[in-house]
Design a protein around this ligand. Structure first.
Ligand SMILES: [Zn+2]
Length: 56
């Protein structure tokens, strides 16, 4: 079985992968959708993450 990164995470659509958003005062704030990472886990990515945490 092969998994590509695209199966595990997607570029965040909220901040367009930047990890930051501008608030009303035009200040940069960490994107709450992706926690500032710029990527969002897919369902498959979350499954893998849970699997890894379980075995750490
Ligand atoms: Zn984001």
């Amino acid at each position: 079985m092969s998994i590509s990164m695209d199966d595990l995470e997607l570029s965040c659509w909220e901040c367009e992968g930047q990890g930051v958003l501008l608030n009303e005062e035009k200040e940069k704030i960490a994107c709450s959708k992706c926690d500032g990472k710029g990527t969002v886990l897919t369902a498959q990515g979350q499954t893998l993450l849970h699997f890894i945490k379980k075995h750490l």
